[in-house]
Design a protein around this ligand. Structure first.
Ligand SMILES: Nc1ncnc2c1ncn2[C@@H]1O[C@H](COP(=O)(O)OP(=O)(O)OP(=O)(O)O)[C@@H](O)[C@H]1O
Ligand SMILES: [Mg+2]
Length: 307
């Protein structure tokens, strides 16, 4: 699937996007493509520039530099934005708005038939709530209403901001299954999340953003391959600086005396640790996941870890 192309076939195409707020540089030149049917997860620490990038893509922010095309048009134009579905983390609903009204309203705004609302409400398991007020629903149910409002427009691109925060495990599965069905029909998905392992399970590509730059844009398996393959955890008497000097240590995560070391050479590390750390206890070695890979990338950019 992966193609190096020029992105002209992409539903969302971003080239050389830069953005600053006063003296703060939020984006320092970003390229991104999201193609039909593809799910791209946007990861990165707080302040990385994720929301800025998303707001440019959905036309909430005016472009300062670079090129952004959504379904072939300018995301600042209302006609282009009709091709877009957005699910935000906490959207306020008017007090009196009913579930059915909310979805029908979204259909009308998107210029599709009102009758499109019923099937989408059913698809999301909201038929029993159709007459209820949205504000009376649980967080997870409200999230489904938002998704119904986004899907009823048959969007070319769905943009999801932390969409599964507050959902229980079955609701989460159901949410991703629903999206998989839409993706199979060609809907592109861009999702920002702090749930790294979840993004690995659902995304075709993971894009890691830090300080307004893209550090990685790859399949989740490829990211994990390229980065530390083990985590050594232990109680240690050594300082972070001492630990970072040990062989093959890529990053150190600490909670009090307990440390987690991401490494590409666990055997060499263990040999040194066992000799040099008199305070060593509770030693464990685990396989590293995408979470360690992303932490190592964003921490290790200066240590030459990023490819
Ligand atoms: N409206 C604003 N005015 C001034 N600075 C801003 C504004 N919005 C964002 N910034 C700054 O731009 C940078 C990128 O912020 P952005 O909100 O895009 O990050 P983020 O990756 O979404 O972070 P988070 O994970 O915390 O949501 C940060 O340094 C932030 O302080
Ligand atoms: Mg944000």
């Amino acid at each position: 699937m992966e193609r190096a192309g020029d992105g002209t076939d992409a539903v969302l195409r971003v080239r050389g996007a830069k953005h600053h707020y006063g003296d703060t540089i939020a984006l320092a030149g970003v390229d991104l493509d999201v193609r039909a049917g593809e799910c791209v997860a946007l990861l990165g620490p707080n302040g990385a520039g994720k929301t800025t990038l998303v707001n440019l893509a959905i036309g909430l922010l005016a472009r300062q530099a670079g090129e952004i095309t959504l379904a072939g048009g300018d995301p600042r134009h209302a006609a282009t934005r009709r091709r877009l579905g957005v699910v935000q983390q906490s959207l306020g609903f008017p007090n009196t708005l009913g579930v059915g009204e909310a979805v029908i309203g979204a259909a009308i705004r998107a210029g599709v038939r009102r009758s499109a609302a019923g099937p989408v409400i059913a698809e999301l398991g909201l038929t029993d709530f159709v007459k209820q007020r949205v504000v009376k629903l649980s967080g997870g149910q409200r999230q489904r209403v938002q998704l119904a409002m986004a899907l009823v427009a048959e969007p070319a691109l769905l943009v999801l901001d932390e969409p599964t925060v507050g959902l229980d495990v079955p609701a989460r599965r159901q949410f991703w299954n629903l999206l998989a069905q839409r993706r199979a029909k060609g809907t592109a998905v861009l999702v920002t999340t702090h749930l790294i392992e979840e993004s690995a399970a659902v995304a075709d590509r993971v894009v890691v953003l830090d300080h307004g730059r893209i550090l990685a844009d790859d399949r989740p398996e490829a990211l994990v391959d390229r980065l530390p393959d083990r985590t050594v955890s232990a109680r240690s008497g050594l300082s972070d600086a001492q630990l970072l000097r040990l062989p093959g240590v890529v990053s150190v995560d600490r909670e009090g005396e307990h440390v987690r070391l991401a490494t590409r050479s666990p055997e060499a590390l263990l040999r040194v640790l066992l000799v040099d750390d008199p305070g060593l206890a509770d030693l464990r070695v685990e396989g590293a996941g995408l979470e360690e890979a992303v932490v190592a990338l964003t921490r290790g950019a200066t240590a030459g870890v990023a490819a």
